[in-house]
Write a protein that binds this ligand. Structure first.
Ligand code: KG4
Ligand code: ZN
Length: 331
């Protein structure tokens, strides 16, 4: 029997819906919320309200683009945790209502598990076990994926996430939020070795980025605004280089420790050109197989919730209608 799943993602500031049939993505719709730009970060209350406005048209479009009707659905998957609680509640309540009205089961998905399993969407995908570096605005983790539903976090940040490191240092340089893509853009014109910023010495496979932010702050405090503007490309290139080095060095350690040589990447920061080229050339040098999904599956999206929902469906992992979302990341 074939399995068709509608998935809903509303953990932060993207309202997204996708349909997958037997593990193949049929549609993937995202409504991004521009309302937060002028505040320099996501405003939770505004995010919830925007989800309320977006969720019906986004789900309608996902169903339409997939060429199906609601009665074709076998299950509804939704992001259950972690995220902004008000945002998660919108997706959860919507998923519950659909599940109840259509009489199909409900599947709760962990957002971070879904980021890892986004690597199973493309035709060219890793086999198990593989390692995944998940780098976003809220998380930085190295995950050992033993099977679709057996994921072990073997390293994570003890303070800021890699995306926060990009966004916070960008803010120090006077760049608007989210600064990560802008650092990337300027970095391509600059010298990555011009300025040296501290790399933290953190044990095991864990990360820390708060020291880098302080190091950049102290350096910039000693400079004039003219100097910062004139050296913007080199500053961006040097900051990006430091962040990428921190990430890649831990990845080398993780491969050595696990002897798993299939390496994937996920999360919004995987769009970073320095990280992509750095990982590809490191993989060639070390003999790893590197997988980088299409950018639309790296940032927050519902296709990754759908593929995770599909694997949970196959192993009968459903949740009751009384389920509640959780802001917390424990899994
Ligand atoms: O996964 P994501 O879309 O949302 C969550 O945080 O869950 O990641 C967003 C993060 C932001 O911090 C943004 O600055 C960063 O990804 N980002 C980048 C780039 N594109 C997005 N950071 C560096 N270089 C980029 N090209
Ligand atoms: Zn995410």
């Amino acid at each position: 029997m074939s399995v068709t799943i509608l998935a809903i993602e509303s953990s932060c500031d993207e309202t997204a819906a996708a349909v997958c049939k037997d593990g193949m993505i049929l549609s993937n719709i995202i409504a991004s919320q521009s309302v937060h730009e002028k505040y320099g970060g996501v405003v939770p209350e505004l995010a919830s309200r925007a989800h309320m406005q977006n969720i019906v048209p986004v789900v309608d479009q996902a169903i339409k683009n997939a060429g199906i009707t609601l009665t074709d659905l076998n299950a509804i998957a939704f992001t259950q945790a972690p995220g902004l609680i008000g945002s998660l509640l919108v997706g959860t309540q919507f998923a519950k209502s659909l599940s109840l009205s259509l009489g199909v089961p409900l599947i709760g998905v962990h957002h971070m598990q879904a980021h890892v399993l986004a690597n199973l969407i493309p035709d060219e995908k890793p086999s198990f076990p593989f390692l995944c570096l998940t780098v976003s605005g809220g998380h930085t983790q190295i995950v050992l994926a033993k099977s679709a539903l057996e994921l072990e976090v073997i390293g994570e940040t003890i303070d800021d996430a890699a995306g926060e490191a990009f966004d916070k240092t960008a803010k120090l340089l006077g760049l608007p939020y989210p600064g990560g893509p802008l650092i990337d853009q300027y970095a391509q014109l600059g010298d990555p070795l011009k300025f040296k910023f501290a790399e933290p010495q953190i044990p095991e496979l864990n990360f820390s980025f708060s020291g880098l932010k302080t190091s950049v702050l102290y350096f910039l405090q000693k400079q004039t605004p003219e100097f910062i503007l004139e050296n913007r490309n080199d500053l961006c290139a040097s900051i990006q280089y430091t962040i990428v080095q921190i990430l890649l060095k831990k990845l080398v350690k993780a491969v050595n420790q696990t002897n798993v040589k299939q390496v994937c990447i996920a999360g919004g920061v995987s769009a970073n050109s320095g990280l992509r080229t750095g990982l590809i050339s490191l993989g060639q040098k070390k003999g790893w197989q590197v997988f980088i999904p299409d950018f639309s599956f790296c940032t927050d999206n519902a296709a990754m919730i759908a593929i995770t929902g599909y694997h949970k469906y196959l192993s009968n992992q459903f949740v009751p209608l009384s389920v509640n979302p959780s802001a917390r990341a424990e899994w």
